[in-house]
Design a protein around this ligand. Structure first.
Ligand code: SMG
Ligand code: MG
Length: 366
């Protein structure tokens, strides 16, 4: 495919309620969308970088800059999704920026070929079970109300965000109120150190599916030490930036479960490699989320339909975060989302809504 040009579009998406994690509170999503234009088709890629470099070192202004200044100029005249990764390899890091470019090219390529993301990636299901990520709240009663609402909507798994001072008590309260049958897990976003191992071991009493990323992203060795001190399975998110990281983590015994976020690992092709590697090693994977709009969500749902995704993902319905999505909203049916079947992402931005939320556009001819 020959790329005519690329549009970088920034949109501002208010959240339906603040989302607090151990590293900060999000009240709106500042999203960078990449639209690749070719003579045959257009393709969309949603960059998952947040406004500030708190989840990881990437942030949305930086992603836009690296895309316009280094990534787009590095693309060859004729390109397909596999060629994007090879062409961008000399640029170190910036995986969220690279993922957005590769996804847009893959979407254009698949739309031109009439093939869906799910079919291309190897989906084996037509719908996926959905979990929901529940932020840190001001009080336990508020948390219980939120969890009750999500369970009533049909979510099949609850993930509680935790941090030192908000861990054992909220988990105990949720277990006591909703019972042992609820699939429950926690995510610390790297807020603990190995010295907190005794505290984290107290979570073993609550039969959690997993503890996600308790320690720093660059500390596989200490995660391996911690894993040996916990009965609860350890899952890595921030630590796994590539298939090579996943291989190292598995070899070290740093995790027994991996959260796969395509944006964090540089795109859907690397995400699939991690899935394949984990599957071969008997490591369960599930699809993470970065508060994506319908565009990013569509591709995540397709990925989550691969055979190794044996745990429910953070693939929530659009309304979990947005009153109005930029695509037709993803809606939960019986705790599941349908895998889109149309060409490419299988969803389109709704032009009027997209224009309403757009804060800037930039056209870059190639
Ligand atoms: O899309 O439902 C979602 C977000 C799920 O908790 C979620 N994501 O560490 O897994 C994670 C966080 C990262 C984003 S927090 C602002
Ligand atoms: Mg996480």
């Amino acid at each position: 495919m020959k790329i005519t040009g690329v549009e970088l579009r920034r949109i501002a998406m208010p959240l339906v309620s603040p989302f607090r994690t151990s590293f900060g509170t999000e009240t709106a999503r500042d999203v960078l969308l990449v639209r690749v234009v070719t003579p045959e088709a257009e393709g969309w890629g949603e960059c998952v970088a947040m406004a500030e470099p708190l989840y990881s070192s990437e942030y949305v202004d930086g992603a836009a800059e690296v895309i316009r200044r280094f990534l787009l100029p590095a693309l060859p005249p004729e390109v397909d999704a596999h060629a994007v990764g090879r062409a961008l390899e000399p640029v170190k890091g910036h995986r969220m920026a690279k993922a957005a470019v590769e996804t847009a090219v893959l979407d254009a390529q698949l739309r031109a070929a009439g093939e869906s993301f799910g079919r291309y990636l190897g989906a084996v299901r037509d719908r996926v079970p959905c979990g929901v990520s529940v932020g840190i709240m001001d009080s336990v009663p508020r948390l219980l109300d939120a969890v009750e609402g999500y369970l009533a909507e049909g979510y099949v798994r609850i993930k509680l965000k935790i941090e030192p001072g908000w861990d054992v008590e909220p988990v105990r309260a949720v277990r006591e109120r909703f019972g042992d049958a609820v699939l429950l897990q926690v995510d610390a976003n790297a807020a603990y150190t190995l010295a907190d191992a005794p505290r984290l071991a107290r979570l073993d009493a609550f039969d959690l599916l997993l503890i996600e990323q308790p320690l720093a992203h660059d500390d596989l060795v200490q995660h391996a030490r911690l894993a040996r001190r916990l009965r609860t399975p350890l899952c890595l998110d921030e630590s796994i930036e590539s298939a090579a990281h996943a291989a190292a983590a598995i070899e070290l015994g740093a995790c027994s479960i991996v959260n796969i976020k395509p944006g964090r690992v540089g795109g859907y092709l690397e995400a699939r490699r991690i899935h394949d590697l984990c599957r071969a090693h008997g490591i369960a994977v599930w699809c993470g989320g970065m508060l994506e709009t319908g565009l990013g969500r569509a591709a995540n749902v397709a990925l989550a339909a691969l055979p190794g995704f044996t745990l429910p993902g953070d693939t929530s319905a659009s309304r979990r975060y947005f009153a109005t999505d930029v695509t037709e909203p993803f809606e939960l049916r019986d705790g599941h989302l349908d895998v889109p079947t149309g060409p490419g992402l299988g969803v389109e931005p709704l032009p009027e809504i997209l224009d309403e939320v757009t804060t800037s556009t930039e056209w870059i001819p190639l």
